[in-house]
Structure formats: C-alpha cells, structure tokens
Design a protein around this ligand. Structure first.
Ligand code: SF4
Length: 214
C-alpha cells in the first residue's frame, strides 16, 4: 500500500466513523421515484424536492402516468423545484422512452439510464447506485468540493473528479463514499466557510495544510 493509499484509507475510515448512517436525503421508494426525484434535484434543495414529490408521487405512480402528460401540464406541479420548464420537458421525454423502449420500467443498466433524455452522468450514477445498488460515485457540488479539498482527487471538473475517486476509493464503497462526502460538505466542509477548526479530518486534509502553511 502506498502512502497515498494509506492516507485515503484513513480519510475513509474517519468518514465511516462520522457518518455511519449516511444515505440519500431525497425521499423515494422505487426506481421510478428515484429517477424523478433525482431529475428534480438539479439546483434545488432535497427538502424542497421532497415537498414536491410527496404531492407528485401521490398522483403519478409510474412512468406511464407521466408519459401521458404534455410537459406544460407537468410544469405547474414541479414549479417550486426551479428550472421547471426544462425539467418537465426532460421528465416527460424520459418517461416516454421508458415506456416505448423499456416496457414502462426504469432500466437497471447504467448505459440505458445514461441514454435517457435529460439524464447526465450524475443522475445516472445516483439512480444506478440508489435504485439498483450499482457501484457508482456521483459527483455533485459537495462531492467535488470536499474530495478535492481533502486530496482524494485533484481535478478541475466533475468528470475527472469521478475518475480519480474511482481510483482512490474501493469500488464496493463508491456509493457510500458519495453520501459520506455530501454529509461532510453539508455539515462541516461548507463552500464559503469550512469549519476546519472543528473538523476531525484536518490532519489529513490538503486544503487545511495549504491554508495553515507557515
Ligand atoms: S479540514 Fe476544512 S477543508 Fe478540510 S475537510 Fe475539514 S472542513 Fe473541509
């Protein structure tokens, strides 16, 4: 094991200790709900998405229900999530493909998820990991910031961060690590003022070392 591997493992150990219950904060109970909630979550808080989906999933329980709508009919139901025009168009289009190509069921392969309209790498990874227990590490703003600060990755964009995290973290832990890093980003390692003084990862953190270099 190299020194870097040992340091990465120590970071993971501490994250496991800090967040043993880390998991999705979006509410969903099946692959259809996972996909729709994740598509709605772009640039929106999980809390707001959960409020919207509580109503939405009471009325629409499967892809066929949403595939029958015109995007304009869905827009008012998801307006509070922001970007509702694009989100409605993508959700209806994705549900139509699911009905036409996948028998009405959200596909369980990463490639098929990624091929759905409006589904990028991050959404495909989240759905693959959370709905199908696939090995994937989705890189959102928290995962990007925290992993690059800690030194688990050294990348300027989310795609390279994802590739580097796949190297730094054992495959069986990709999905859990995604949640650990989000939890840490929300609770301690905030974008503007990270609480480094209270952070138990600071002795392992490259950002902290650089900021406190004498
Ligand atoms: S030491 Fe600071 S920058 Fe590093 S992970 Fe902790 S809060 Fe984030």
């Amino acid at each position: 094991m190299t020194q870097k591997d040992e340091r990465n493992e120590k970071i993971l150990q501490e994250l496991r200790r800090l967040y043993p219950d880390a998991g999705p904060e979006l509410h969903f109970t099946n692959p259809f709900e996972t996909l729709i909630a994740t598509m709605l979550s772009a640039q929106c808080t999980d809390k707001r998405v959960n409020q919207v989906t509580e109503r939405l999933f009471a009325r629409y329980t499967c892809a066929a229900d949403l595939a029958r709508l015109e995007p304009e009919e869905l827009e008012p139901e998801i307006r509070e999530c922001g970007l509702y025009h694009n989100k409605a168009r993508n959700i209806v289009a994705a549900c139509r493909v699911i009905c036409e190509t996948h028998g009405g069921e959200v596909p369980d392969s990463w490639e098929a998820l990624y091929a759905l309209p409006g589904v990028g790498r991050k959404t495909a990874n989240v759905v693959y990991a959370n709905a199908f227990h696939g090995d994937a590490i989705a890189v959102d703003t928290h995962v990007f910031r925290v992993s690059n600060r800690l030194g688990l990755a050294h990348a300027k964009d989310v795609d390279h961060t994802e590739q580097q995290l796949q190297q730094a973290i054992p495959k069986s832990e990709w999905s859990r690590a995604h949640h650990y890093l989000i939890f840490h980003g929300r609770r301690v390692c905030a974008a503007r003022s990270p609480k480094c003084g209270a952070c138990t990862l600071r002795d392992l953190c490259e950002y902290y070392r650089q900021q406190n270099r004498t």
